[in-house]
Design a protein around this ligand. Structure first.
Ligand SMILES: *[C@@H]1O[C@H](CO)[C@@H](O)[C@H](O)[C@H]1NC(C)=O
Ligand SMILES: *[C@@H]1O[C@H](CO)[C@@H](O)[C@H](O)[C@H]1NC(C)=O
Ligand SMILES: CC(=O)N[C@H]1CO[C@H](CO)[C@@H](O)[C@@H]1O
Length: 477
């Protein structure tokens, strides 16, 4: 967490520095205008140095800007701009603008061509569709807002197609970026964007609001990255109208593998923050304060939740095969684990549950019993801080004075472990004077009765032997 935080601050400082102190930024507007006017004629190598989107890269893939206002789009957001925006996108993707270069899987390299929304708000009644087999395209600087004519089950932007599976990577678009944009579903569209079978889409510094379904839906593909972005169904100042909205809103739904959410804020009244249904996705620096309910739901394995902040919204784990949850902070909320799913090779480490005196009997890690525990194997909770039991490895020492003449010793871990299982047992035994004829044999974890470990004496109880045995046991589920 400290690492991430420091890096975050460092990047932020760099950004502030380059915005405030770099002479390039003063020239930015002017420079852009030059590019828009005569981009194709700028010689190779002329570039704004540090301007990421606005520099031509090479003569055969000239970077050009299309300004939607040149197509008659209304940047005031008062009149419908659908036709103008779609015409601009059609030009952007026209064969004339295509380069001869190909990206992976025969995807046409559009050379970094950019649709510039020029700081305007554009009312849309149909989605902006990016068809399959194009890549290296960018969208910058403006708001797309759904009009009341927008179909309620559609997204403002539709990228790619799930039917497209050219090869093993199942991706038909590559490197489509959205930067400094607002996706305002305006309570008319389901969400802001649906990304299907795309390798490498980035949403950087984007704001998503007014969605009634899933703001961002990622289906298949790989490495969609969402960073420095905000998702709010409503603004916090709209609590009266929004808090009880009857919808199933989700900020980000990941139905694919290997995607990334990095420094993402999800807030007011989104019913579910992030739903992870694919394998090997990474959530880092995700802060959910969506007003109660589910912050993050994990339904697939190999998810990594690192340095996240669940703020009054719980973490729901339905399947935890190779799950990693580390360095995260839970404020007045907990982790709920369903026992029915497979839970193997999973690690919770260095998480803090801060209850501020409001735990009221709620445990920081709550086991929701929806099936037997047979799938729980090698799940570790280590160095966790919070209310209730937060460990899966417990050590206990008992001193046994066999005055009851039993033929076994027993160590009971009930209430001391996150799970009532003790699959791995280690022990050491110290025999006192008079124990010469008494030895404990291999431990028997009594799982059905709870986390109890029994150590039988090898010869059973021997009458007349009265000695003291100290046994130290470490159990791990
Ligand atoms: C996806 O492909 C199918 C079949 O080719 C087509 O019917 C559909 O319109 C496509 N969807 C989008 C959003 O382009
Ligand atoms: C164990 O029990 C015996 C018999 O009651 C007693 O004499 C002995 O002092 C006990 N030892 C300890 C350590 O309590
Ligand atoms: C920026 C750019 O070069 N746009 C061109 C894309 O292609 C259309 C024709 O289909 C031209 O009109 C645009 O000028």
């Amino acid at each position: 967490m400290r690492d991430l935080f420091c890096r975050g601050v460092f990047i932020l400082l760099l950004m502030i520095f380059s915005l405030e102190a770099s002479p390039i930024s003063d020239a930015k507007k002017h420079y852009n205008k030059e590019i828009r006017k005569g981009a194709k004629h700028l010689p190779t190598g002329v570039s704004g140095g540090s301007l990421p989107h606005h520099s031509p890269r090479s003569s055969d893939t000239a970077t050009t800007f299309i300004d939607v206002r040149d197509y008659g789009a209304d940047p005031s957001g008062l009149t419908d701009s659908t036709d103008a925006v779609l015409k601009a996108v059609a030009d952007l993707l026209s064969s004339e603008n295509k380069s001869d270069r190909k990206m992976a899987s025969n995807i046409v390299d559009m050379g970094g061509i950019t649709l510039d929304l020029a700081g305007g708000v554009y009312l849309m009644s149909e989605p902006l569709v990016i068809p399959t087999y194009v890549g290296n395209i960018h969208f910058i600087d403006g708001t797309l807002r759904a009009s009341s004519d927008f179909r309620s089950d559609w997204h403002l932007v539709h990228i790619g197609n799930t039917t497209c599976t050219p090869d093993g990577q199942n991706s038909c678009n590559e490197f489509i970026s959205f930067t400094d944009m607002m996706f305002d579903s305006n309570f008319n569209s389901a969400g802001g964007a649906i990304v299907q079978h795309v390798m490498g889409t980035t949403f950087t510094a984007c704001f998503w609001t007014g969605f009634t379904g899933t703001a961002l839906q990622i289906d298949g593909g790989h490495e969609v990255m969402v960073e420095f972005s905000w998702f709010a169904e409503c603004y916090w100042s709209d609590s009266k109208t929004c808090i009880d909205r009857a919808d199933d809103s989700i900020a980000v739904q990941i139905n694919g593998n290997d995607h990334y959410l990095h420094n993402v804020i999800i807030f007011d009244w989104v019913k579910k923050g992030v739903e992870v249904n694919g394998e090997a996705n990474v959530l880092s620096g995700v802060h959910t304060w969506n007003g109660g309910g589910i912050g993050i739901e994990v339904n697939a394995g190999s998810t990594r939740i690192v340095g996240c902040y669940l703020d009054y919204n719980y973490l729901l784990i339905k399947k935890a095969d190779k799950l990693l949850v580390t360095d995260s902070f839970f404020l007045i909320t907990n982790t709920k684990i369903m026992t029915g799913g497979d839970m193997r090779e999973t690690l919770f480490k260095h998480n803090i549950y801060s209850w501020m005196g409001q735990a009221d009997g709620v445990k920081s890690v709550e086991i929701v019993d929806d099936g037997d525990y047979s799938g729980i194997q090698n799940v570790r909770f280590e160095d966790e801080i919070g209310e209730g039991v937060l460990s899966t490895t417990v050590t206990d020492t008992i001193v046994f004075n066999n005055t009851d003449k039993q033929d076994y010793m027993e160590v009971d871990f009930t209430g001391k472990m996150v799970f009532s299982t003790a699959k791995h047992v280690q022990h050491s035994t110290v025999y006192g004077a008079g124990c010469e004829n008494l030895w404990v044999t291999n431990p028997m974890p009594l799982l059905k009765e709870g986390p109890i470990v029994r150590f039988p004496f090898d010869s059973g109880w021997i009458d007349g032997v009265d000695c003291e045995i100290s046994i130290t046991v470490t159990v791990t589920n």
